[in-house]
Design a protein around this ligand. Sequence first.
Ligand SMILES: C[S@@+](CC[C@H](N)C(=O)[O-])C[C@H]1O[C@@H](n2cnc3c(N)ncnc32)[C@H](O)[C@@H]1O
Length: 398
Amino acid sequence: MTGPVGEDVTALVARLVADDSLAGATLSKPAKGDPGRARKVTVDPLEGRYRWRHHHATRTEDEIVAPDETARRLEHLLGGAYRQGLLRSPEADYQVLTSGAGSTVLRRPPSRIEIRREHDRAKQRVLAEGTPIPFLVELGVMTRDGRVRASRQDKFRQVNRFCELVEDVLPSLPPGPLRVLDFGSGRSTLTFALHHLLTAIHGREVELVGLDLKAEVVADCERLARRLDAAGLRFAVGDIATWSGERADLVVSLHACDTATDAALDRAVRLDASVILAVPCCHHELLGLIDDEPLRPLLRHGILKERFAAEATDAMRAQLLSLCGYDVHVVEFVPLEHTPKNVLLRATRARRPPRAVVQLAAEYRSLADRLGAEPALRRMLGDRLDAALGEMVDRKLP
Ligand SMILES: C[S@@+](CC[C@H](N)C(=O)[O-])C[C@H]1O[C@@H](n2cnc3c(N)ncnc32)[C@H](O)[C@@H]1O
């Protein structure tokens, strides 16, 4: 059936979200007057939440949003910010047309009769349960018949999520053999996952090095790599800060402690990595340095100060990577309920006009001045940034 429906937009959105029958939404034709607004927004269901993707002219931004907030936003944005909306459900597609005179809702036959949540797709697409995957069996995540052990479900989800995030950046990697570094690889479940994804799933030739300070752990990982016959994968003992390889295409650093993340980002920039994926871990550095009178009510409380210092550190790291010629997105790694260490910095090489660089530099400077502190990365990348920004960064903090 095609034609207008009796339900208004608010009631329709509320019903689809409450019934968990929103199979997807697209908002387009942004109203004039807000140049910062994405030209298109797509909303896709995940398990228990929605992924909002904001499509700007030169980049996309993802957000994971709860159902209530999704309903509230859809209702708000379809009230005038976007003149066209498409809400899909297995019962019908609803087209929402908004003008000065209000909104009209048209009902059409459904284009998606099945709701496919991203988690389901990921399970099929990346590492599926049911088929034994050698490295997961060896690491005790899977049984020999391919079942995920109950106690390792979180690890399995984390590995899958990591694979999805790597798949997202594959288009930004060069063709041919890939040079990959995993800084602070530790027990290396994610290093083996990265190797499996790139070689067994995507058929890429790799030279992947997992680097860690701990000689015993490195020896164990090296033995496992040989047992798995993992071509191109090796492990080395060493300090990230003094790693001196020639070049890297992809650098990952997952949960490297405190300023080891800064060292990993610094090395990655100097190795001219096309893509950097970093999940920072404990953030101690800025804790003792940040001071700001108006923020006293926040900084007085240890737990709030700690979180704030962590967010500020990552915001500044992201900005510094942008200044070094990367397009940086901060995305959720695994849901917050599984670990508080859930922020991933995803940086891909990008070209930027000089004026944009100056703007980024000014923003960085004003945040650092305001907080009276800078992350180790600023010091480490000093020469690069000084060269890129000239006088903008010569104005050192007191
Ligand atoms: C929390 S573990 C994370 C392991 C793995 N990347 C993961 O996410 O499961 C952090 C690892 O980083 C290593 N690490 C810390 N600082 C390092 C440094 N400066 N150079 C090399 N490895 C370092 C530690 O030895 C440890 O094994």
